[in-house]
Design a protein around this ligand. Structure first.
Ligand SMILES: [Zn+2]
Length: 232
């Protein structure tokens, strides 16, 4: 089995992770002998295959949008469908024509270069859309935040610091608008309760009745992001 080995000073056990691109990353504590990995990998082989098969199914289910070289980009949250046009020669890797909802990309760009350009474009789109959206929900709910940032986190949709700084994941743009609103409510409620205590969930429920269902959507959605969203 192919894998990439990482030594982590803080790791106490061997950990296996599969990246969205299907790469197996094995994290081990310092001093761990690679020879001892054999039995561990053998025991987890079925799991690795299952995760990779699921990833392939998701991509096959969305051939137009799901891969590294998409034909279309669907931003469900803001109901935008962008066409991706691969032109043979292009001054820049990516040129966005908002009026036509068109992304012109250089056909010669490799997958990595194209992915980076698409992520930069998505970041700009999310920065234009998410902070004002958060401000609207803040006004609606009366929950006040201090500041907001937009990033491309790998494993979180959002976070809220003790000082009321809310960080939002640009990939939220791929989710349904209701789900994004729930995430915004969730982070805003953390300005009153930093934990996930019963009091916190009560506050959430006051502003978003279907929060349980939306939590489920969020948990599933990370696996269905287009491949180009993930840095290699
Ligand atoms: Zn939370």
């Amino acid at each position: 089995m192919d894998y990439r080995l990482r030594v982590d000073r803080r790791a106490r056990h061997v950990r296996l992770r599969i990246t969205p691109r299907g790469e197996l990353v094995v994290t081990v504590p310092p001093g761990f002998s690679e020879a001892d990995l054999g039995p561990i990998l053998a025991r987890r082989a079925d799991w690795v295959q299952q995760v990779r098969a699921r990833q392939r199914r998701h991509q096959a289910a969305a051939p137009e949008t799901g891969g590294a070289r998409p034909r279309r980009v669907l931003l469900a949250a803001i109901e935008e469908a962008w066409e991706v046009n691969y032109a043979p020669v292009q001054a820049r890797t990516l040129q966005a024509l908002p009026g036509r909802r068109l992304l012109r990309v250089d056909a010669r760009a490799g997958d990595a270069e194209l992915g980076a350009a698409l992520r930069r474009w998505l970041q700009a789109r999310a920065k234009a859309v998410l902070p004002p959206w958060l401000a609207r929900v803040s006004e609606e709910t009366g929950l006040v935040f201090h500041s907001v940032g937009v990033r491309g986190q790998r494993s979180r949709w959002g976070s809220c610091s003790a000082r009321g700084h809310i960080s939002l994941n640009r990939n939220l743009l791929f989710l349904p608008a209701d789900t994004v609103r729930y995430l915004l409510v969730h982070e805003l409620c953390h300005t009153r309760h930093l934990d996930h205590s019963p009091a916190f969930w009560q506050e959430v429920a006051r502003h978003q009745a279907d929060w349980r269902q939306q939590e489920g959507v969020l948990r599933e959605a990370g696996r269905r992001l287009p491949l180009w969203c993930h840095a290699p």
